[in-house]
Design a protein around this ligand. Structure first.
Ligand SMILES: Nc1ncnc2c1ncn2[C@@H]1O[C@H](COP(=O)(O)OP(=O)(O)OP(=O)(O)O)[C@@H](O)[C@H]1O
Length: 275
């Protein structure tokens, strides 16, 4: 495994009497696609929300090895996590539906543009630093419009796009923040097989461009197809960690997906059928 971009150490999250995440540790290697999977209620979303700053852990550490060195995300306020280089998408798409596709990508770069003005009046006065940052923002937006095949929809309201295109736009918007780690929350949800294939290609393209990826995904075809590394949770605990080949063969994983407990879980073929 290459150097980690993310280290999760002994992570615990309690909701009242319920321990949703129970001493979970894993690493996501730099440049890898790491998937977190598990049956319903396993704790995937909670782990994701801890990493992206929506929750503060009850115990444990989340260390990002970003551009500015080591950063404890567990102790970083949610609004600072994006600045540390972590971007995310949401299971329920959250775009500005009334804004155009391009505007959505420019708004995402608001922080960077503000920083270029020193948070002052330079933008209004049209000073050089702001102009250069604005040009760079437009170039970045164009790059991701092309990568997500949305260039011909750039001037359309985001809310008018078909569902699959909205999912791609969410990813483009996250990438416009120039993250070191992109966190995708069920990116294939609601996509048809062709759209899922396209999504897989886009995620690989992002990985090959140097951005590390962490994803939660129920679609085992997508997970097994694109992941370099898979972490499996069940009832809040990590039960396996390895390559898709290792996970497919893992007896604890097969048992968890077969539903030896009383959960309303995904059937076993979801793992086995992803060859
Ligand atoms: N905000 C919360 N308050 C109380 N309990 C919660 C909260 N969020 C999650 N839980 C509980 O924590 C456990 C893990 O939930 P979580 O949503 O993380 O699982 P998951 O693996 O993402 O499940 P799914 O695949 O169904 O989305 C579940 O028992 C859930 O009911």
């Amino acid at each position: 495994m290459s150097a980690p971009i993310l280290q999760v150490r002994e992570l615990v999250m309690r909701f009242g009497g319920l321990t949703a995440v129970n001493h979970v540790s894993f690493e996501a290697a730099r440049g890898d696609i790491t998937a977190v999977i598990g049956p319903n209620g396993a704790g995937k979303t909670t782990v994701f929300n801890l990493i992206t700053g929506f929750y503060t852990p009850s115990a444990g550490e989340i260390i990002l090895h970003g551009r500015e060195g080591e950063r404890g995300l567990h102790a970083t306020p949610g609004h600072r996590i994006a600045r540390a280089g972590v971007a995310r998408t949401f299971q329920n798409i959250r775009l500005f539906g009334g804004m155009t596709v391009l505007e959505n990508l420019l708004v995402a770069q608001h922080n960077r543009l503000q920083a270029a003005t020193g948070f002052g009046v330079a933008a209004i006065l049209g000073l050089g630093g702001y102009r250069a940052a604005e040009r760079a923002a437009i170039e970045r937006a164009k790059h991701w419009l092309e990568a997500t095949r949305l260039m011909d929809r750039a001037d359309d309201p985001a809310g008018a796009l078909p569902y699959g295109a909205q999912r791609r736009l969410e990813i483009a918007r996250a990438m416009c923040t120039d993250p070191v780690l992109l966190c995708l929350d069920e990116p294939a949800a609601g996509l048809n097989p062709r759209e899922s294939e396209e999504l897989a290609a886009l995620i690989r393209l992002i990985r090959d461009g140097g951005c590390s990826i962490l994803l939660i995904e129920h679609d085992m075809g997508v997970v097994m197809n694109i992941s370099d590394h898979i972490v499996v949770l069940d009832h809040g605990k990590k039960i396996a960690d390895g390559t898709p080949g290792q996970i497919r063969e893992d007896e604890a994983v097969i048992a968890a997906y077969l539903g030896t407990g009383d959960e309303d879980e995904e059937p076993a073929p979801a793992v086995a059928g992803a060859a």
